[in-house]
Design a protein around this ligand. Sequence first.
Ligand code: NAD
Length: 280
Amino acid sequence: MNKIIDGKFYAQELNTRLKNSIEQINGKRKPKLTIIQIGDNFASNKYIKNKLNACEKVGIIGELKKYQENIKQSEIVREIEKLNKDLTVDGIIVQLPLPSHINEKEITDTISPLKDADGFTPINLGNVMLNKSNIYPATPYGIIKLLEWKKINLIGANIVIIGRSNIVGKPLANMLINKSATVTVCNTKTKDLKRICKNADVLISAAGAANLVTKDFVNDKMTIIDVGANFVDGKYCGDVKFDEVFEIVKYITPVPGGVGPMTISCLLENTFNLYSQKEN
Ligand code: NAD
């Protein structure tokens, strides 16, 4: 049995399907995603390059609007308002993290829910909670797709999520609840984290803490989804001590090659869905 949940492979499958759908658009303009970057963060440069490459591969027009680190909040808000009105733009995302003088919430709230390719606006997040959305935050969406592809039972499953952020833990918990899972969401104040994790059918770590999940957190029927994207001594790694738990658990995502590529594919899918909503 192959224990690895190969996000790179599944993401390519998704991208191929999307490319086929986009190729079938006849005589109309192609979907367009605009990425806003403020400053020159090293990791952001890498993530944006990957997103733009992925856009090109599937036939989405990817556009980067890069602004100086010291740009004023009001100027960025104005730029987003212009993009909201631009009929050629289907999806808008703001690459995080933002410089400390920029108010992330105000920026996210300025993006029109109709162009919210990341699915971070209050309206889209609310609709996710109510189970009536077709735009989902890309990372949780990718995780659900991975679990479903691997045919991991979610109904009644005991699922533990480490991390309660607005972009991963909270929306993911809601999406899993909507699929009839029993969900526990942990944070840095959670008591006896190891014990809570150890009983899970599915353990999803989105803490951003390298080496957090050790063999003491796992069991032999468990599926592990490692969302963490950490750099330790220049090396990219997740939250899970992969080598230590690999032999014990049933399924596991690697880092890199697990959740990351799925996040990008789901971002593209959201962009296409927003385009289709507008055009049809
Ligand atoms: P965040 O910092 O906003 O939230 C982290 C959460 O984890 C918090 O709720 C915190 O309470 C909890 N946490 C941290 N350390 C913990 C510990 N030791 N024990 C229990 N709880 C702990 O982070 P985020 O934006 O949700 O991202 C989480 C991680 O996932 C980061 O490494 C990020 O880079 C990564 N990420 C990866 C992708 C991807 O596509 N691969 C996408 C989004 C985020």
